[in-house]
Write a protein that binds this ligand. Structure first.
Ligand code: BGO
Length: 271
């Protein structure tokens, strides 16, 4: 069996441009089963045994849009061998919101830090080495428009897939939240795969209905999880989903402050 690599990223991050650069003319377009969301597949140029699948452009892995649900169901149930996460380097803070969630699913992943031609033109810099260390993921600089770095990103994805590289998602939440996530993980460790444990723990903490239906839990386990969530919600005076969203943004913001240097912060963005 060949290797399957999925392209994931925000809308307008350059996914289509990257997909075209990687697959050339070997593309076929259809729909995801049961929904009118476009599904594009192709073969990596020069490597017939490597399939590339373009996932819908999304901002989050929440259950609120068709595109989000298609993407996360594919990642959880079909399990591609690796992900290339296309990140728009000129809009990194918003893009990393999805990146951190993709890492939680536990599939080997490389970041294609795209639009670096624009970044350089603007005179901005990103400390790739530091960023890679903070988020625990390899990063390749790309300009999909110029075809630069795309091949290297795909080669890295193939390498990670072959090694079945274990991803370690960063612990980005406050102590109280991390403690509850560990307790939930402990409760569900026998019903979900080890690699996906953090994803399921976070989604159950958020009371994600779709995920709750997917995980086979006894009523007693569900009650224990609910009690843990309610206790922390009372302590922090916020609902669990907002707690996760806010702490995720805070974490990303901290990283961006340390790794991104804008030449002119006062200049208005033209995009
Ligand atoms: C237009 N560098 C630069 N400079 N641009 C890039 C890069 C890159 O690395 N990668 C992609 N783009 P999509 P999604 C456009 O279409 O691949 C550009 O949604 C235009 N079109 O060319 O479509 C890419 O699939 C008119 O730009 O993204 C595209 O993820 C004027 O980013 C856009 C200017 O890429 C989105 C740009 C008629």
């Amino acid at each position: 069996m060949g290797i399957k690599i999925a392209l994931a990223g925000n809308p307008n991050s350059g996914k289509t441009t990257m997909f075209n650069s990687l697959t050339g003319s070997s593309q076929y377009v259809g729909n995801w089963p049961g929904v009118t969301v476009e599904k594009k597949e192709g073969k990596l140029k020069g490597q017939k045994d490597v399939g590339i699948i373009d996932l819908p452009g999304i901002y989050s892995l929440s259950p609120y849009t068709l595109e989000e649900v298609v993407t996360r169901n594919y990642l959880i149930t079909e399990k591609p061998d690796a992900i290339i996460n296309i990140v728009d380097s000129t809009n990194i803070e918003r893009n990393l919101y999805l990146t951190t969630q993709l890492l939680e699913i536990g599939i080997p992943m490389v970041i294609a830090l795209n639009m670096t031609d624009v970044l350089k033109k603007n005179g901005d810099t990103i400390d790739i080495h530091k960023l890679s260390k903070y988020i625990g993921c390899d990063i390749i600089e790309t300009s999909a428009l110029k075809g630069e770095g795309c091949k290297e990103a795909a080669e890295k994805a193939v390498e990670l897939a072959k090694k079945n590289k274990k991803m370690i998602p960063p612990q980005m939440f406050s102590q109280g939240v991390e403690k509850v996530l560990s307790s939930i993980a402990e409760l569900i460790k026998n019903v979900v795969e080890q690699n996906t444990l953090r994803w399921f723990a976070i989604k159950l903490f958020e009371r994600d209905q779709k995920v709750m239906e997917q995980v086979n839990l006894s009523q007693d386990q569900k009650d224990q999880i609910e009690a843990l969530i309610v206790q922390l919600e009372e302590e922090l005076d916020d609902d669990s989903e907002s707690i996760i969203t806010n702490e995720r943004y805070n974490y990303i913001s901290g990283i961006v402050n340390k790794c991104v240097h804008k030449k002119n912060t006062s200049k208005m963005s033209t995009s």
